[in-house]
Design a protein around this ligand. Sequence first.
Ligand code: LLP
Length: 421
Amino acid sequence: MDYFLYNDGALHAEDVALSQIATAVGTPFYVYSSASLLRHFKLLDDALQGMDHLICYAMKAASNQAILKLLGDAGAGMDVVSGGEYARARAAGIPAERIVFSGVGKTRSEMEMVMRGGIRQFNVESEPEMRLLSQLAVELEQIAPITIRINPDVDAKTHAKISTGKKEDKFGIPISRAREVYALAAGLPGLKIVGIDVHIGSQLTELEPFALAYEKVAKLAEILRADGHEIMRLDLGGGLGIPYEKNNGYPPSPADYGALIREKVGHLGCEIEIEPGRFITGNAGLLVSEVIYVKEGEDREFLIVDGAMNDLIRPAMYGAHHEIVPIVEPAAGADYQPYDVVGPVCESGDTFAKGRALPEMQAGDLIAFRSAGAYGAVMASEYNSRPLVPEVMVHGDQFAVIRARPSLEDIINRDIIPEWQ
Ligand code: LLP
């Protein structure tokens, strides 16, 4: 079920026509449906019912504070990967005891900020990081709760750029060395082991890699317990995929994912954490853009739109597919024709889709890129001095700008010309 539907021939987000937002805000813009965000969160929450659990939303997927607050109010915690994300989560009102800190390169100042502000746990990814955290904890006279992220050497069968659980990936500690590293942690002052962490990749479309990884985690938990460590928490990472392409099947359901977790690790009696990002926000957001020109090429037609790779980089970066739909509902039996949908940035890579079937389009028409809620706005840049794309949230028949488009003055005034020039 989806909250982006045609109603009276016009694409809506919940009860708001997207054309109405376009008139108020201008294009391009991101729009999120709060009902969709909550629905996705609840599907996962329901899937874990019966197990002591916390859903730590991987806020890297979409980090606007309005989104964080909405999820936080529904009971979510956050998975943060930088001091900036930590500060943002706290500013949105997320309690420190619901925040986990992941990341392969946490700096001393980030760790210090988080220690002072409070944290549920650090997901430690290397021995040098662990030693530094221990030192810092001693200096601050605090105890840092930690899990150690293990790398289970499992193929997540996803895009190479977002696979994180194989031995050649930079993440975590090889599972073969886990006992040794847990023993080291137990001997360092200022640290308290609370569990194990694993995350094998993003946009997983099968359960099998999760199953393999979680089996390894369960075995390791038993071994570590036998070694005398207290393993009371398992952070099982994020990664559950979403459908991007119409008529191309569905990734595993959250219910099946929850059942798998119960089957593989339920017997351990641990508190379960998961870190979903894309599953919650991916299909809860669209990028809306306007057609600037329809241009005749030698052998194709180009739809030149006002959104570009700087606004949504996933097609250029990962070859990702996003469904593109007109804001005005195509008439029944309308003729479709292939378009290359491109942005105005001066690179051929600024191509959203090639030969995409759309009804006949004209300059001024609006289109929406679907499934753009995760890793869309957060990966946007001001390349080509294009203002950062604004974000809007819809709630029933209301909408609000949750991040405004910067003015050209804002952008220009950020530069500082040195006095000597
Ligand atoms: N936990 C950790 C430690 C992660 O590194 C990630 C994502 C997640 C959780 C959330 O994964 P999710 O549930 O969203 O799959 N920019 C890429 C995706 C990068 C994912 C990075 N890590 C894209 O647009 O596809």
